[in-house]
Design a protein around this ligand. Structure first.
Ligand code: ARG
Length: 462
């Protein structure tokens, strides 16, 4: 076993306690960030004259080679080490000799792991943002293709008023705009660098913390309080919270898609590539990708609850409890990314059955309000118009017809104000396209919003 701290011990750690304490199994995925941080630290130590330039050069070259070798699969991260920090430092010292032993000057694993985790999380935030942007692009494509695809809008799961598929999809586009804003807010708030905080109380070496902060891309410079630096995981809690909200949005969309894909609705057909079959029922084509995404939402919420709970009782500054920040957070990051990727694939290949949607909107009397408004515009008091249309709806329900299917005679029988222009007045096109308030589904209005979304995706605006 290779420890960084054998000196004051007379006995080796109990082997199962050693195993219990180890984090290499899961923190090895941060090897690139660990090395990046060490390169910045060593470069700064050299610039400050704390280590010699020769030592600095051999440390930096040695670290780069280790990263290359791990990337290339030549060097395997061995599970015998306590953590990734011990592994990198030990291999470095094996390879370059005594200079390697100077790398940890003025540093503790506490500020080291705080840095690694921040760098790693920042990379994952950026990657997640990219995946959401791709999803938005696929949603926008659906919107552009479906400005005139009429469908029922629902409240209480009851057909309410006609909207378009473009409008319905626009609601999700908006949710994902907010999700991306949240990610960029978190990135701004986590823009300070903990490296140089030491174990908890800084160090007596003349470190240039601004130099390492800027080398590592921390726009707001070094952190201001060393105790906070090593014990802050707020940004990770925020990220898990943002991921939970992203998952909640995906899950709502999945719930709708599962319903729309059902035999009863048939609004959409999920592509074969994103469906699975049954081992017993030959006719089945199941929406497993959507169901799994909905299901995995709980798992991401779990990670958030777990970290909140882990952090709530920890006194300042670093305590080993904080090692528990990793496994579930990594799992949540992987899960959310997987879901975003698969969901986007499913959306890109899904077929929308425009006829079925329009038919459903008509059958659901989503144009009943517009029929009453038609009479009102011809002078009938609204209450009377409401009751006339109500009776026509009752007749249609009994005969399983839509208002649009009634003959002009049938309309006139209930109220002779009806004329042939009623058909145009209650057509889905008229009902939708006259809804032009900001945020409404009317074609002209939606086209403006689509132009905005296009600009948003191309301009990098968040
Ligand atoms: N594996 C530890 C973690 O993830 C690294 C920091 C260890 N620090 C210490 N003082 N034991 O938190």
């Amino acid at each position: 076993m290779a420890n960084l701290w054998g000196g004051r011990f007379t006995e080796a750690t109990d082997s199962s306690a050693y195993r219990f304490n180890q984090s290499i199994f899961f923190d090895k995925r941060m090897y690139a960030e660990d090395i990046e941080g060490s390169i910045a630290h060593a470069t700064m130590l050299g610039a400050q004259g704390i280590i010699s330039e020769a030592d600095r050069d051999s440390i930096v070259a040695g670290l780069k080679k280790i990263r290359e070798d791990i990337d290339a699969g030549v060097l395997e991260i061995s599970d015998e080490y306590e953590d990734i920090h011990s592994f990198v430092e030990s291999v470095l010292t094996e390879r370059i000799g005594d200079a390697g032993k100077r790398l940890h000057t003025g540093r503790s694993r506490n500020d080291q792991v705080a840095l690694d985790m921040k760098l790693y999380t920042r990379n994952r935030i950026r990657h997640t943002d990219g995946l959401i942007k791709e999803l938005q692009a696929s949603i926008l494509k659906i919107m552009e293709d479906n400005l005139d695809t009429y469908m029922p809008g629902f409240t209480h799961m009851q057909k309410a008023q006609p909207v378009t598929l473009a409008h319905h999809m626009g609601a999700y586009f908006e949710m994902f705009i907010r999700d991306r804003q949240r990610l960029s807010d978190i990135e701004k708030r986590m823009g300070t660098c903990p490296l140089g905080a030491g174990a908890l109380a800084g160090t007596t070496y003349d470190l240039d913390r601004s130099m390492t902060a800027s080398a590592l891309g921390f726009e707001s410079g070094p952190t201001r309080n060393s105790m906070d630096s090593v014990s802050d995981r707020d940004y990770l809690i925020e990220f898990l919270s943002a991921l939970s909200i992203i998952m909640m949005h995906l899950s709502r969309a999945c719930e709708e898609i599962i319903t729309w894909n059902s035999n009863e609705y048939r609004f959409v057909d999920i592509d074969d590539r994103y469906s699975t079959g049954s081992s017993i029922m030959p006719q089945k084509k199941n929406p497993d990708i959507a169901e799994l995404t909905r299901g995995k939402t709980g798992r991401v919420y779990g990670a958030l609850m777990s970290l909140l709970t882990t952090m709530k009782g920890i006194p300042l500054a670093y305590n080993k409890d904080m090692q528990e920040d990793k496994e579930m957070a990594f799992d949540a990051m992987d899960t959310a990314e997987d879901c975003l990727r698969e969901f986007t694939g499913m959306m890109k290949t899904m077929k929308f059955n425009a006829d079925v949607m329009e038919d459903s909107a008509k059958k659901g009397f989503t144009n009943a309000t517009d029929a009453a408004d038609y009479l009102v515009k011809k002078g009938v008091p609204f209450r009377d118009a409401h009751s006339v249309v109500g009776r026509l709806v009752l007749k249609c329900v009994a005969e399983d017809r839509a208002l649009d299917d009634l003959s002009i005679e049938e309309f006139k029988k209930e109220c002779d104000v009806f004329d042939k222009d009623i058909y145009d007045a209650i057509s889905m096109k008229t009902c939708v396209d006259s809804r032009l308030t900001k945020g409404a589904p009317g074609r002209e209005r939606m086209s403006q919003e689509i132009a905005y979304y296009k600009e948003y995706l191309s301009g990098g605006e968040k």
